[in-house]
Design a protein around this ligand. Structure first.
Ligand SMILES: [Zn+2]
Length: 123
């Protein structure tokens, strides 16, 4: 599913969601939005091109990021690593994969073992 980007026509009347630009995942056959799904203010599509959307919504992505940060803060490295690892596989996020490896190391896993593990599970 592609992601479309919208911006408000009247930036002074926006809600939290549509202040500035926001992105939304829509099916190709869906009508473009003409109003903000949250407050109903008029919006317009910013770009005509689209890029491949990750499987889940950006909101969920942010949630997972927050959760990982929370684990890291409390020193729960293996929890953070596992979550980052699973999530990076799901969305194909290279940075998060690196973060997972980093967290694994902090959790006391051996980096060499991990690389082998990463390769063996990839196929
Ligand atoms: Zn709005």
């Amino acid at each position: 599913m592609p992601i479309y980007e919208y911006e408000p026509l009247e930036p002074c009347k926006t809600c939290e969601k549509c202040a500035g630009r926001f992105e939304i995942i829509q099916g190709i056959e869906e009508e473009p939005l003409s109003s903000c799904p949250q407050c109903g203010q008029q919006v317009r599509k910013v770009i005509s091109w689209c890029r491949a959307a990750i499987v889940e919504t950006p909101d969920e992505h942010i949630q997972v990021n927050k959760q990982i940060s929370g684990y890291e803060k409390e020193g729960m490295w293996s929890h953070a690593a596992e979550l980052a690892d699973t999530h990076s596989e799901k969305v194909g996020d290279h940075d998060m994969k690196m973060r997972a490896l980093d967290d694994y190391k902090k959790a006391g896993y051996d980096a060499g073992t991990l690389e082998k593990h990463a390769k063996s599970t990839k196929d």
